[in-house]
Design a protein around this ligand. Sequence first.
Ligand code: ADP
Ligand code: MG
Length: 315
Amino acid sequence: MNLCGCHAPKDEQQHFFAMDTVMTLRLIDASPEDFKACQEKVKELEQKFSVTLPESEISALNRAGSATLSADGAAVVEAGLTVSEQTEGAFCLSLYPAGRLWGFSGEEMRVPSAQELEAVRPLIGDEAITLSEKEITLPKGGAIDLGGIAKGYTADLLDLLLEERQVEHFFLSLGGNVQVGGGNPDGSPWRVGIADPDGGEAVGVLEIADGAVVTSGGYQRNFEQDGTLYHHILDPETLAPAKSGLKSATAVGLSGTLADALSTAFFVMGEERALDYCARYDAECILITEDDRVVVSPGLKEQFTLLNPQYRYEK
Ligand code: ADP
Ligand code: MG
């Protein structure tokens, strides 16, 4: 109890490394068991989804070409296939044979030759994946990678878990994937910073009580060769790092799974296609362009405030 006789909320954070990134759990009035349950859920999902753990169900699927997935595996693949269809292939689960050549999943990072990329092209395209309930079959030689969607699905399951455990207010950050719930205990919304792709002060802040704010950008994982920067989000059309005129793309919505897949897709699609998508499917985005403009979809304008004067924002 504090002086006014009211209860001051207990506000605690834990950081840990999982899914190849740093995760932060900030929980209000939670117990050590609540934190532990969240970390265990993340580890459990990592064991299923990782392409770098040979015993994961996705690694087993990629080796065998077909598998019976867990309920989580089937749910995340199904969500990915839907986004793939709705984004006309900008989001693509089956890019892994190309991703492996570029070395973005733990292999050595390098620029593959045009011949190497052409050789894997027939394996890429999600239409050739069949999923029926939990039974999945890939085209011969094909392989999938959940790197663009798995953290969002994980965030959704943590959101559910915290609700079950009656942790009302939380702010989770799973390496670029923010998932918040219940607003700030003082009754105001949470304030989520939108990172500066150039590494400076946050570009701006988004006020949101519940939901997911997920950012994808070429600045997150990349390497330089002969003066050119190569990053980890591939354009399925070229099989090379996407060049769509954006420094980053943020997707906002209630579902972490959807926001994660869409942030990757929007980064590939660029400003015009991403805004068209948002208008058509009632989605929301914040795009940062290479010429330092901030473009915010109509439904978010009241919630977004620009902070960094390097960027221009016309409301
Ligand atoms: P991060 O995981 O770094 O937060 P993203 O959510 O954008 O960023 O996911 C990028 C990852 O998704 C890549 O490392 C790769 O595993 C995979 N990926 C790359 N390009 C695509 C794409 N066009 N569609 C779907 N997944 C992709
Ligand atoms: Mg993503």
